[in-house]
Ligand binder design. Structure first.
Ligand code: GDP
Length: 298
């Protein structure tokens, strides 16, 4: 009789179809390993990572009977092991203000993430200032102001089309004079002209270093986790045009498409400082490797 239970979400749900009874155990043979490997690749984990994870699972288990539960546990353990080293909250330095440059393509969730971070730091008793450095998108500036209001944090703006570096300079000067703890600088996300964006970001860095030679203290790349392999390309591009120090992965709510995080962690080792889990101000969570692994595996 068909089970009334819905299919389990997550990877193994896809491998085994409907939520299966944990028995019968099946022999972990080449065919099963091949299906597993293919599944991991389809889930955006990347070929190298998928091959290695599969090999690790086969080790000591090959040719033996394994239950769905055992396989699920083994896979979750492998994923959590890869993810554990990159799970690191945004480090706070003694420098005041700590300057956080926020980069990423338009639509990745930069504005939302800045608002959420501002709100979290404010709640932790930090004085925060935001600079609306995407001066070419009036709508982006407006959105950031809305988020600033929500978080109760001032948003410094400049006239449309003006030089973002000059705004960043003014913002840092002012944040410093006011004794702020944290300055977050939004930046443009137009990848259409990579050379321009690179020059724009380099100029921001050059100019803020005139105020504080140690700035920026973090360069956060915001990535939309639902874009799959695209996220890998974006890390490659942004690492060429900025000194990316860490990631925020957005839109991890309601998606089993987080496989690309495993590929990212394995390939770049960049810290994942936080994950976006919704559109509201409190929907930013620390990255928990074990919880992530369990959700991904299903
Ligand atoms: P920006 O262009 O990079 O500044 O992106 P926005 O911050 O404007 O976000 C683009 C869209 O993604 C908006 O509709 C946001 O509400 C949505 N968004 C951002 N972060 C998340 C998230 O963690 N989860 C979900 N579900 N939506 C998000």
């Amino acid at each position: 009789t068909p089970s009334a239970e819905p299919a389990r979400p997550g990877l193994l749900g896809r491998l085994f179809g409907r939520a299966q009874a944990e028995e019968p155990r099946r022999v972990l043979d080449d065919a099963m390993l091949e299906s597993l490997e293919e599944l991991l690749i389809q889930a955006d984990m990347g070929v190298d990572t998928a091959v290695r994870v599969t090999a690790n699972i086969a080790e000591g288990r090959f040719g033996r009977k394994i239950s769905t539960r055992e396989l699920r546990g083994a896979l979750a353990e492998e994923v959590a092991r890869i993810m554990a080293p990159v799970a690191r909250p945004l480090p706070l330095y003694p420098q005041k203000p700590q300057v956080v440059l926020v980069v990423g393509v338009n639509g990745s969730g930069k504005t939302t993430t800045i608002g959420k971070l501002a709100s979290q730091f404010k709640a932790a008793g930090k004085q925060v200032v935001i600079a609306a450095g995407d001066t070419f998108r009036a709508a982006a500036v407006e959105q950031l102001q809305i988020w600033g209001n929500r978080a109760g944090v001032p948003v410094l703006t400049a006239p449309e089309g003006s030089d973002p570096a000059s705004l960043a300079f003014d913002a840092l000067t002012r944040a410093r004079a006011e004794g702020a703890d944290l300055l977050m600088i939004d930046t443009a996300g137009r990848l259409q002209n990579r050379a321009d964006l690179m020059e724009e970001l380099a100029k921001i860095v050059r100019v803020i270093r005139k105020v504080d030679p140690t700035a920026p203290h973090n360069t956060l790349l915001v990535l939309d986790a639902t874009t799959g392999q695209n996220a890998i390309t974006q890390v490659e591009i942004f690492r060429k045009i900025a000194d990316v120090s860490g990631l925020v992965m957005t839109k991890l709510d309601g998606t089993a498409k987080g496989g690309v995080l495993v590929a990212l962690a394995d390939r770049f080792g960049l810290p994942i400082h936080a994950i976006g889990v919704g559109e509201q101000i409190d929907d930013l969570a620390p990255f928990d490797p074990e919880e992530f692994a369990r959700a991904l595996v299903g």
